[in-house]
Design a protein around this ligand. Structure first.
Ligand code: IYR
Length: 224
């Protein structure tokens, strides 16, 4: 390791193994209760909760620590209405011909269609942008690395924090989503990768049983 650049002592919290196991189990159990929700209440959610979740996301690891992301948290009713209208126009085309028969078949158990009322009803839409390239202080283009991986991890942190706070979330990926950069005035070097919808679930909200079926640990993990 070269330590030509300054370093500081690591702040590390060590727990006894039994406590670590209990912490891991409790955190896993909590994350296992997260459900994708598509039926939201319009009950307001304080902005500081969303800001705290973005604080978590911006501390995610990223390629060369370039933090190639930007989060636009939308609560403005007029903007949400525009996003809904644009998303539904794309989704209409998707569900009525642009998607392959196989894709539509895969979505059937979820019960989704072109209508996206949650984009207007939920109090917060957090649009995640991936920064394809940045700038050096002198203005030259600066390459970013592992952009999909970095923004994916940051989105995971964001979702985990919102869930831990007690909010319902949905990862929504209108197809295609170039309209989001235009609507939200983002620069051309940023590409929208998903909308994270956050709020309270509507009274009586349901989830598809299909979503509860997870591959067993033994099928997704190999210990060697
Ligand atoms: N974007 C569409 C379709 C859709 C695609 C996948 I892959 C999903 O997991 C869910 C939906 C929509 O939001 O309806």
């Amino acid at each position: 390791m070269n330590h030509d650049y300054p370093h500081v002592p690591l702040e590390f919290h060590e727990y006894p193994p039994a406590e670590m196991a209990a912490r891991a189990r409790a955190f896993a159990d909590e994350l296992m209760r997260r459900r994708t929700v598509r039926d939201f209440s319009d009950r307001p959610v304080p902005r500081e909760i969303v800001a705290a979740a973005i604080d978590a996301a911006r501390h995610a690891p990223s390629g060369a620590n370039h933090q190639p992301w930007h989060f636009v948290a939308v609560s403005d009713a007029a903007l949400k209405r525009r996003i809904r209208a644009a998303a539904e126009a794309e989704e209409k085309a998707f569900y009525s011909g642009r998607a392959s028969a196989e894709w539509l078949e895969a979505l059937r158990p979820l019960g989704t269609d072109w209508q996206k009322p949650f984009l207007e009803i939920a109090p917060w839409l957090i649009v995640v942008f991936a920064e394809q390239w940045g700038r050096w202080p002198d203005g030259r283009r600066r390459k970013n690395y592992y952009v999909p991986e970095s923004t994916g991890i940051a989105s995971g942190f964001l979702l985990a924090c919102l869930h831990h706070a007690g909010l319902a979330t949905l990862t929504h990926t209108p197809n295609p989503m170039a309209f989001l950069g235009e609507t939200l005035g983002r620069p051309k070097n940023e590409k929208a990768i998903m909308i994270i919808v956050a709020g309270y679930p509507a009274a009586g909200a349901v989830v598809p049983t299909h979503a509860l079926q997870k591959k067993p640990l033994g099928d997704v993990a190999t210990f060697l």
